[in-house]
Write a protein that binds this ligand. Sequence first.
Ligand code: AMP
Length: 279
Amino acid sequence: MRVVKTVDEMQQASRECRMTGRKIAFVPTMGALHEGHLSLVETAKESADVVAVSIFVNPTQFAPNEDFESYPRDTERDLGILQEMGVDFVFTPTAEEMYPDDHTFFVDEEKISKTLCGVSRPSHFRGVATVCTKLLNIVLPDFLVVGMKDAQQAIILNRLIRNLHFPTELVVAPTVRDEDGLALSSRNKKLTESQRVEALKIYQSLKTAKELTEKGTTNTDRLIAEVTNRMNSLRLRVIYVKAVSLDDMSDIREVVPGQTLIAVAAWVDQIRLIDNIVV
Ligand code: AMP
């Protein structure tokens, strides 16, 4: 496994792979790896000859009041795990390498990034789209592998690849959950035991929505009301519960089976969590 720190070296290595006809699958991460990330690496291994993973806590996707400084970081452990999994390249640039002093360029999506998490985190997807554009230009992958856990991000990246004509195919892998249903997230490391109990209500509420649709409820207002009601408590505060189209994140009034995403964001005390389910 080769650990690469500079843009030039990564581009050079990727070009060499491509010149020898090997396909590259790329998994971007912010590190503090868990089984969710590892499932993406497995998918990447199945998709291509060469697997590249990036570990970069991207400052531009955090607002000044967010948890950039306290975001979990454990690069040594991450590298050990990736080595064991047989990853070929790990790209671990510094912030200066990715954003030099003369950096004045950003990539802004103007529609699907403005809803759901884009409402309460208005600069977040601008940071995500910018860093992913850079990473695609650096790693030059044939496949970009991302998780359904961040469904809005996946849909924005799908649009980014198409709208900006990247010669890359998006692969979206399913959400990996703990045995109790909690969606794995690097931020789960911050949860105390009692906060975790609160966090569990998120997926339980989403499952209720799915059960209701299976019993015939199609009105999404009802589903949203049920999910919101089941989630809200003193320590679990709903930021949003929305029923949206998987296609473009637009609001859906009547469930279109298999095409409707119930997406939620909530605070467990000061920790922001997201999750979703397709109904
Ligand atoms: P992050 O390190 O949080 O930026 O996530 C890196 C990638 O891992 C993104 O594509 C996420 O959607 C994906 N991911 C995060 N958590 C999970 C999970 N529980 N299951 C599947 N993929 C995940």
